[in-house]
Design a protein around this ligand. Structure first.
Ligand code: AMP
Ligand code: ZN
Length: 468
């Protein structure tokens, strides 16, 4: 059964087939490691991971590159402002390499917490300077690039078409956009390939144009080409990459190789917070740690991301995220019930679910609908180990770590109980020993009011903290 993916380049859902053999070659724009990654960034990586998992589920092998931008990403995508790494280094009184190491270590830890599989190749920009320089030299040689006092610029007028990815007309862009007026540039939308370093710039390398550093776009073009060749299957990123970063990547590759580097260009829509934009100034660029402090696990955030298709906006509020934490617990409980049941389900029923799931996920990653199917199985009154097996198979795509459901539930119950609660639990035990049911119920209500739920089981009393 074929996979259909939406391609920003053609603005259509297209049948996907790898260009070569059974291996899918993917390039994903990775983080700029100057600060903590926020939940908006992680929506992009959850999307990237789901795409990987679906391709694998369909039997494909992967060669997937994700870059780490540790130099050259200026404050604005249109070559304005300072290098984000240098700015962070100055602010934190550290070396930019220390900044990069600190934030990338945390980024990869967070990726693990979200059960995101690491791409086969992680490529740091600072470790690929020779490849980038060669790329730029090639563009100069081909007549697509020229030198100014600031650096080496790409001449967009040399292309047959620019832009090709965004459907905006260049005249509209020029009229409405904020591009710096640089007299030395041949066209307002020419962009920096290589930037001459000011005296106090720490990250800089020898080049034919003196001490300098790469622009952000050339990093991805050069690293993608090194590992995946002149043309590969899929390029991913957030929708913010469409008008500048990816447009410019395409321009550079066309200038050097004559080819658009990827066949499919896939973009994930933005996460919003409280119905608006996420921004540092609004203080709403939350990290996974900040969610965890409020009782929302990283995997509950992932489940929340699964409530919307990757090409639609998703609005984050703590209230909705907390309800997803509860849903995650219910999902785990439902899974364990199936796991512990013996009843048999007809093979055809399982096959029917498998086919349906595959059809749904292969329709441009329709995870919200796939989750509907998962909930249908969870809620099925007929409990069966075979359903648990089926859910584990689906979890190869979802990556919700369902296999460890029991452990998560047990751990959640092992919460340290405050002294006051322990005392009430003891009093209730005594009341029950004395068959004082009225007192027992009264204490149970009191505990509920304080956020603790008592469940009487055959093995004794269970106490759980209510989430929220
Ligand atoms: P950066 O580290 O700023 O280069 O961004 C890393 C990734 O996160 C890019 O693919 C961005 O497109 C993506 N991204 C940034 N903000 C959001 C957001 N609010 N929602 C979804 N993706 C985002
Ligand atoms: Zn990129």
């Amino acid at each position: 059964m074929g996979i259909k993916l939406y391609n920003t380049l053609t603005r259509e859902k297209e049948e996907f087939k790898p260009l070569e053999d059974n291996t899918v070659r993917i390039y994903s724009c990775g983080p700029t490691v100057y600060s903590y990654a926020h939940i908006g960034n992680f929506r992009a990586y959850i999307f990237m991971d789901t795409l990987r998992r679906i391709l694998k589920y369909n039997g494909y092998k992967l060669k997937h590159v994700m870059n780490i931008t540790d130099v050259g990403h200026l404050e604005s995508d249109a070559d304005e402002g300072e290098d984000k790494m240098e700015k962070a280094a100055r602010k934190e009184n550290k070396n930019p390499y220390e900044i990069a190491k600190y934030y990338s270590d945390i980024f990869f830890k967070d990726m693990k917490r979200l059960n995101i599989d690491e791409p086969e190749i992680i490529a740091k920009a600072t470790e690929h300077i020779p490849e980038m320089l060669k790329f730029v030299e090639g563009l100069v040689k081909n007549g697509y690039a020229y030198e100014t006092s600031k650096g080496i610029y790409f001449d967009i007028s040399k292309l047959d078409k620019y832009p090709v990815l965004s459907n905006r007309k260049i005249d509209e862009q020029i009229a409405g956009a904020r591009v710096d007026v640089d007299e030395e540039k041949r066209n307002p939308y020419d962009f920096a390939l290589w930037i001459k370093a000011p005296e106090n710039h720490i990250m800089k390398w020898e080049s034919p144009w003196g001490l300098s550093y790469p622009g952000w776009h050339i990093e991805c073009s050069a690293m993608g080409r090194k590992y995946l060749g002149d043309q590969f299957d899929i390029h991913t990123g957030g929708i913010d990459h469409i008008p500048t970063h990816h447009e410019n990547e395409i321009a550079q590759s066309k200038g050097l190789t004559g080819k658009i580097p990827a066949k499919f260009w896939m973009h994930v829509e933005f996460l919003q917070v409280d119905g608006g934009k996420m921004s540092k100034s609004l203080g709403n660029t939350y990290t996974l740690d900040q969610l965890q402090e409020k009782g929302i696990e990283p995997l509950a955030y992932k489940l929340f991301c699964f409530t919307a298709h990757y090409r639609t906006k998703l609005n984050f509020t703590f209230e909705i995220a907390l309800s997803n934490q509860k849903a995650l617990n219910r999902l785990r409980e439902g899974f364990v019930k199936h796991q512990e049941a013996e009843e048999n389900v007809p093979e055809e029923k399982i096959k029917e679910y498998e086919d349906k799931f595959l059809e749904i996920i292969n329709d441009d990653l329709n995870i919200p609908t796939a989750m509907g199917l998962v909930w249908e199985i969870i809620r099925n009154p007929q409990k069966s180990k075979q359903y648990a097996q089926l859910l584990l198979k689906f979890d190869e795509v979802l990556g919700l770590d369902l296999i460890n459901s029991k452990k998560y539930l047990d751990d959640a119950q092992k919460v340290e109980l405050p002294e006051e609660i322990l005392k009430l639990v003891e009093e209730r035990k005594k009341a029950r020993e004395n068959k004082d049911w009225a007192l027992s119920d009264k204490i149970r209500d009191e505990l509920k009011e304080k956020g603790y739920i008592i469940k009487d089981t055959k093995e004794g009393m269970n106490i759980e903290k209510e989430i929220n």
